[in-house]
Ligand binder design. Structure first.
Ligand code: PFF
Length: 527
């Protein structure tokens, strides 16, 4: 058994998990997905996914994480193997580690956009008149290589670099001094600022005087189940909407990627994980549905009109950058609030992105016995290559969206399936629930046993098969016709092969250690 780190306090664990969950997914990705899949109609697959997938998989991840954590494992390959005893499952765990690493590669770029927007507000260089042009310049969406035209002196690249270094600085400081301490400061600050901005948006009325662009129209776009040109039935019969809703729940709650099980593995034996996971999940949904859902989409409708969504949904991360500067332009002290919002978005993104690095670091440390310094350096090289790749191929944000689609929708889906099977079928639902409820102040409703064993896996299988049957063939066409998509898939393959390799080496080491330990126990027994 290895020496392990623990969270400083149980509240620190909740804050860190909520910090991982609340991020760009809440403020940028969720409104983008909701708008893309019919506004209010999207909320039906979304809420269903929260109760039938999100909560069960959150409980499963916390349970398997703490279970293996007290036995000395923190990385998904170690955790899966510890529970199942299977080498194959360790390799499955390595896919989880790859997912967080891959998501980091594009997430840090968007984090850089937030920092740059904050900086522009601070310097008074942000005007509402040209928000889409500002976004085009910051993201380089018009052509590949746009951000590299002045060498490395491009402001977006510099901001991305600052974010990158800051993330690695925090990770290097460790779980308590880096992650937990940072979340203690950033999370309350983010909450206060979000509430202020929500109040401002909801009290805007109809500032442009254009028909159909009032607060009520904005809220209607977000919450009405039927949209012009897209009925409720059309949305609900589209498997892509169901897979996107599930993907959004997983992405937003940081589930399915071994991130939460790694965080949970730093819990102590009798920490209350049932309530902690519920608190973190509910906190995340509050930020996503209430704070972001009532702010970003209505703000976009108010200033840019509902047609904006039809024309500009090429990337799900872009809405907030186009819509919000208009809101700040109309607020008293708008420059200040603009700065505050984007800076806090940057902080929220950072509490999430550090959690994407920890699974990879944990694997390198416990599998290859690398020091913190070396494991941070290895992760640094791999993620830097991905970040530069996404920052270079910015035309229509194809690289970013390809990584996001395959990692945060499809693979996340498969890995969430593996985790619920590990919990419900391999650890066993009886033992799993007992583990989950040890030290807990709440009791999980009994019907969740049935949900977690049968409904959640079945739900995942049905939605996935429906999607694969109806939509997968389209993607072969997209892959064949676009070189950037192919390169993005090559990067995904590279990271996966790397983590397979690290896992194979880790297995050799774990098996050797166990043999030695076993030999030692036998020798002790004989004496
Ligand atoms: N949950 C984060 C968000 O909503 O922005 C994103 C995320 C965090 C994805 C951690 C993956 C992960 F491992």
């Amino acid at each position: 058994m290895q020496k392990k780190e623990n969270w400083g306090t149980p509240f620190g664990a909740i804050l860190a998990v909520t910090g991982s969950a609340v991020g760009l997914g809440n403020y940028l990705r969720f409104p983008g997905q909701a708008a893309l899949y019919g506004g209010g109609a999207f909320m039906i697959p979304y809420i269903t996914a929260f109760f039938l997938l999100g909560l069960p998989i959150a409980w499963a991840e916390w349970t398997i994480g703490r279970y293996a954590g007290i036995r000395g494992y923190n990385s998904a390959p170690g955790i899966f193997r510890c529970i199942t005893g299977s080498r194959k499952m360790a390799y499955a765990g390595s896919i989880c580690v790859s997912l967080t690493t891959l998501i980091f590669a594009y997430y840090v770029l968007v984090e850089g956009w937030c920092l740059l927007y904050a900086f522009r507000y601070l310097c008074g260089r942000m005007s509402a008149a040209d928000t889409t042009q500002t976004f085009a310049a910051v993201s380089g969406v018009q052509t590949d290589g746009a951000l590299f035209q002045n060498g490395l002196l491009n402001p977006t690249l510099l901001c991305m670099l600052v974010c990158f270094v800051f993330n690695f600085f925090l990770i290097y400081r460790g779980v308590v001094k880096g992650i937990e301490k940072f979340c203690f400061i950033a999370m309350p600050a983010l909450l206060i600022c979000s509430v202020i901005i929500l109040i401002r948006v909801l009290t805007l009325g109809n500032p442009t005087g254009t028909e159909g662009q009032s607060v009520l129209n904005g809220l209607g776009y977000m919450w009405n189940p039927s949209q012009p040109g897209k009925t409720l039935i059309q949305t609900l019969s589209n498997p892509q909407a169901w897979i996107a809703a599930a993907g959004q729940i997983f992405f937003s709650l940081s589930l399915g990627m071994g991130c939460i099980c790694t965080y949970a593995s730093y819990s102590k034996r009798n920490d209350d994980i049932a309530l902690s996971s519920l608190t973190a999940a509910v906190g995340n949904e509050f930020c996503e549905v209430v704070l972001a859902g009532l702010t970003i989409v209505p703000a976009a409708v108010i200033f840019l009109g509902a047609s904006f969504f039809q024309e500009n949904l090429n990337s799900s991360f872009s809405i907030g950058f186009n819509a919000l500067p208009n809101v700040f332009a109309l607020m008293p002290f708008g420059q200040f609030f603009g700065f505050l919002f984007f800076f806090l978005l940057f902080l929220a993104a950072t509490t999430s992105s550090i959690s994407m690095l920890q699974p990879g670091i944990a694997l390198l440390e416990e599998g290859l016995k690398l020091s913190r310094k070396s494991s941070t350096a290895v992760m640094g090289v791999i993620t830097f290559a991905g970040a530069v790749f996404t920052a270079y191929f910015t035309h229509n944000l194809t690289a970013l969206d390809t990584l996001d689609f395959w990692c945060a929708n499809i693979l996340i889906f498969l890995m969430a399936g593996v985790q619920i099977v590990v919990f419900g079928w391999i650890l066993g639902i009886g033992k799993g629930m007992e583990e989950l409820e040890r030290g807990a102040q709440i009791k999980i409703p009994a019907f969740y046993r049935f949900v977690m064993k049968y409904i959640t896996p079945l739900y995942l299988i049905i939605v996935f098969l429906a999607w694969a049957y109806l939509k997968l063939p389209d993607y072969f066409g997209i892959i064949a016709g676009n070189a950037v998509v192919q390169m993005s898939l090559a990067y995904i393959a590279f990271v996966m092969i790397f983590n397979f390799f690290v896992t194979s080496q880790s297995l050799v080491r774990w098996e050797k250690d166990e043999k030695l330990e076993h030999g030692q126990n036998v020798a002790d027994g004989e004496l």
